[in-house]
Write a protein that binds this ligand. Structure first.
Ligand code: GLN
Length: 384
């Protein structure tokens, strides 16, 4: 479209996100939507009741910029209980309007022109645009198939005197891979004695399987001291549409993050924060989330047994990658569209998360769905 003024896109390579594209296609075609990551079941009704109660009681004006104190205390309490790390709720915990906002805030707060930010591809699609808008340069390192392991030699080789941030994501979207104890040792050795900061996207922190330990940066003092850790209530309480997340980081880093947060959204919606603080009082729900989704993963895998899709290892998150090379040679984006049109199941290709490597023949399926949704979808997929 031509306009009578100079207009240069700040993000010339960016279109509409694949999540929006595939969810719309699913809706338009009436397909089963295993694409965008969100549950098709409802949250705990007690949470909805609590939000309404706080609304009725008049908690409807701006929350404090850094978040409601009760929720910040609850977040700090969770890190102490789960990872043995004490964050000061006043100066080290910030509530944001979703994990995506927190990631953007963290990167924009510390990286700018002349800085390099390392990301591991495939990576969540908001990282690179956030880096570019901040004026920094994304440096892409590829995870290694088949299990999307970090190639530590490649990561070390990508570090330069200009490296400002490394973005980590565990459990990993879109692959379901997790960092293990040996990865943490490598990461410690990599950043020791440098000025490199870590932005650790841990939004799937409680969705981890097969008895594995979530290796939060908060478990390792040496990493916590230079990390922004990002969390998401959407993933944890089945409320992705409420868009509430948080960042925890040492006070000096949190202070910088808050300078950005206060001018991006100022503060996050008030009644929801009060309700979440109440829900966080009982951590049992958080501990049940892993087994809950592990059962869904196993159900989906069992139902797909005998199909021509081949599952890749999934150790956390609510995404299952499926290799479709036994079915077709089509590129992943093309096949995802055809699968939606002809077989009525929407998925997510990994190509939008890749910058350097060509996309393998895999699609991402979200299993955060009712059992009957997974059954109906698998019935269609096994016929492909
Ligand atoms: N995080 C979700 C996913 O990976 C989608 C979020 C979004 O649509 N922006 O599917």
């Amino acid at each position: 479209m031509s306009v009578p003024f100079r207009l240069e896109s700040r993000l010339p390579r960016v279109g509409t996100t694949i999540f929006t594209v595939m969810s719309k296609l699913a809706t338009d075609l009436g397909a089963i939507n295993l694409s965008q990551g969100f549950p098709d079941f409802d949250c705990d009704p007690a949470l909805v009741d609590a939000v309404s109660r706080h609304m009725r009681e008049g908690r409807n004006q701006y929350a404090p910029m850094q978040g409601v104190p009760a929720l910040r205390q609850a977040i700090a309490g969770k890190y102490a209980a789960f990872h043995g790390h004490r964050y000061d709720p006043d100066s080290e915990v910030t509530v944001t309007s979703g994990g995506t906002e927190a990631i953007f805030d963290a990167v924009a707060a510390v990286a700018g022109t002349g800085d390099e930010v390392i990301v591991l591809e495939p990576c969540y699609d908001s990282y690179v645009p956030g880096i570019e808008l901040s004026g920094a340069t994304p440096v892409i390192v590829s995870l290694e198939l088949p299990d999307y392991a970090v190639n530590w030699d490649a990561l070390r080789a990508a570090v330069t005197p200009r490296t400002r941030v490394i973005i980590i994501n565990t459990p990993h979207n879109p692959t379901g891979a997790i960092l293990a104890a040996h990865d943490i040792e490598q990461l410690k050795a990599l950043v020791r004695g440098t000025d490199i900061l870590i932005v650790s996207d841990e939004v799937y922190e409680h969705i981890i399987f097969d008895g594995a330990q979530h290796e939060s940066m908060a478990r390792h003092a040496e990493l916590a001291e230079r990390s922004f850790i990002i969390g998401s209530f959407g993933k944890t309480f089945h409320i992705t549409g409420w868009k509430v997340g948080y960042a925890v980081a040492p006070a000096a880093l949190s202070a910088e993050l808050r300078k950005v947060h206060q001018f991006v959204t100022f503060s996050t919606n008030t009644p929801v924060q009060h309700a979440l603080a109440e829900m966080m009082a009982n951590p049992d729900g958080l501990r049940r989330l892993g087994p809950f989704y592990e059962a869904k993963r196993d159900l989906f895998l069992g139902l797909m047994d005998g199909s021509r899709f081949r599952p890749l290892p999934c150790r956390g998150s609510y995404f299952q990658l499926m290799d479709y090379s036994g079915i077709t040679n089509e590129a992943d984006g093309e096949f995802a569209v055809r699968l939606t049109r002809e077989h009525g199941v929407a998925s997510i290709p990994t190509s939008p998360f890749l910058y350097r490597s060509s996309a393998p023949k895999v699609l991402r399926f979200c299993f955060a769905k009712k059992d009957e949704t997974l059954e109906r979808a698998a019935e269609r997929l096994v016929r492909v």
